[in-house]
Design a protein around this ligand. Sequence first.
Ligand code: GLA
Length: 648
Amino acid sequence: MKNHRPRFASLLAGSLVLTVLSANAQTSRLPDPLAPTGRWSIEEIGNAATPPMGWSSWNAFRTDINEEKVLAAAEAIKREGLAELGYRYINIDDGWWLKRRQSDGRMLIRTNLFPSARGRGKADSSFLPFTTRIHQMGLKAGIYTDIGRNACSQAFDLTSPNLPEGGTAEREVGAFGHVEQDVALYFEEWGFDYIKVDACGLADYGPAREIVAQYEYRPFEPYIVRSKPNRSNIDAVTQLYGAMRSALVRSNPDRDFVFSICAWGEANSRSWGKNVGNLWRTSGDITPEWSRMLHTFDSAVTRELYAGPGRWNDPDMLFVGHGDFDEKHLLQARSHFALWSIIAAPLIIGYDLRNAPQALLDIWSAKEIIAVNQDTAGNQGVLAYSGDDVQIIVKTLSTRGEKAVALFNRSSSPTTVYLTAEHLKMRSDKPIALRDLWAGKDLPAFVGERSFQIAAHETVMLKATGPSILSNGQYLSEMPARINVAVDGIRALQNDPTIHHMVDPWTSTRTSGTRPQYAGWGGPRADATPYDEALSIRDSEYRSGIGALAGSRLEVKADRAFTRFSADVGIDDSSLGTSVPVTFEVYGDGRLLARSLPKSFGDRAESISADVRNVSLVELVARPSGQDPSLVVVTWGNAAFEVSGPAS
Ligand code: GLA
């Protein structure tokens, strides 16, 4: 049996690990994982400064695709004005492949579905005519593959007429063992601009699986065991996706590509996705059911510190237009769209656009909602209020003083929601201007708080403009896109229990229940502890701050924009570990700027502050002075940056 225990160093980007190692090469001690590096350790790749927008064939057609359907979608994207609003990528999902040619390993296209791909005379095929057509329309084209040998449809869509054909090796259409060759083919020769890379080949072809014998697939001892992160071979999974990343960078010197990782939040991909791709799925597949939408949304909404320009949590593609989000459920459809927008999720339409009713087109083209999603600061919305029935999510926009707000009624009854100035981190004694983004109308300004009647399943989307509580700066939790979780302090992977436990769409109630899924529980949070408690040090609650585990290091892009960093630091009152003191360190471009005294559980918060003028990168380290048997939860209460003079 293989050793499937993850090695934590490798959960970080390879480059980061190297930096840490070399910084310590002179000393013979083990490298200090909390040592400052003085540099932002995510190397931005690709073309995803804002969340990707476009269309994909999967939610519309599954494998029942063809060229006419895909081109019709592209034409509709142009005709209906969606292209001008930012929908750019036309993505072919599973179902395009015929086989892998055995003489040279080249992938062949199912040309009866994509006639323009027929090669002249030879048994060859090319998507170049297709991508050229898409490019001539001013759009970009996306392709789909699997990181393993076999694809998802080969395990889950067994009645599809569009499954790969031929012998065992010919049907190995996934990129495993062919990464360089396939990426060169898809990007250099065929001209694609986007790739979604699935992972069924690493998960569903174990030697004991019935389909493996029945369809004569080559068995693959799984690297991914769904819902069991500690049984998954995370090193191997990250290495494979890392190799794909390198190949994409090499094949695209113009950087015009998007790398979409589709490992469904498994193998701890919610944590390492940001180091490898431009977007990464945070959950299993969405279905057009309200409760499943809640599930995939929940898998991303608490990962606000992992997203930012070039790197996006992906709760899966839109299902607007289907099932619980169809024409008869426009309120739910609008909620789905608004929620994806406020958490800066990719907006990928999954509907047959040949027959789209105007009411659905109106949702996809809601300009002011899209503007929230595409805001250039790239902040993911942060939960300002969270409960099972109601959530308030606030997203700091790039225009100073402006925030987008979603008031989300998850429940099936109408409810009253109070939005307060405090939720917005705005002054409670000054008017706050409001705009209803669905109606495109200004609402009366309010002071202090205002109530909203919200229908069952409705999401009110607002823009609020007002003066910040801080006269001269911003809380760190208002700018999550500036943060990179370099070291999360998690010692053992644990599934996230906060994600809505719907009846599983595939197994229904035949199992013993829907259990916690997707590792990442314990990752740092904005305005909450890693375990979703309110931030609190020695009985003082902090509505603003960063909650983290001891043993964490956060990188913060200061970009020389600030003059001072300050925070009230201490061990959180909700900490599980209570026996080991923690020292809080603030670094600026690798130099120690401030350090707290060792803080013990129950100690009052200590205020620390550091001059960060001309500092590009701030690092926040919570250093435990030993190994507590339990995890120690720490709080950077009211962590904030000051600016001198008028804020920019
Ligand atoms: C997986 C992915 C889906 C889709 C299908 C295709 O389930 O998560 O998004 O690509 O495979 O078979």
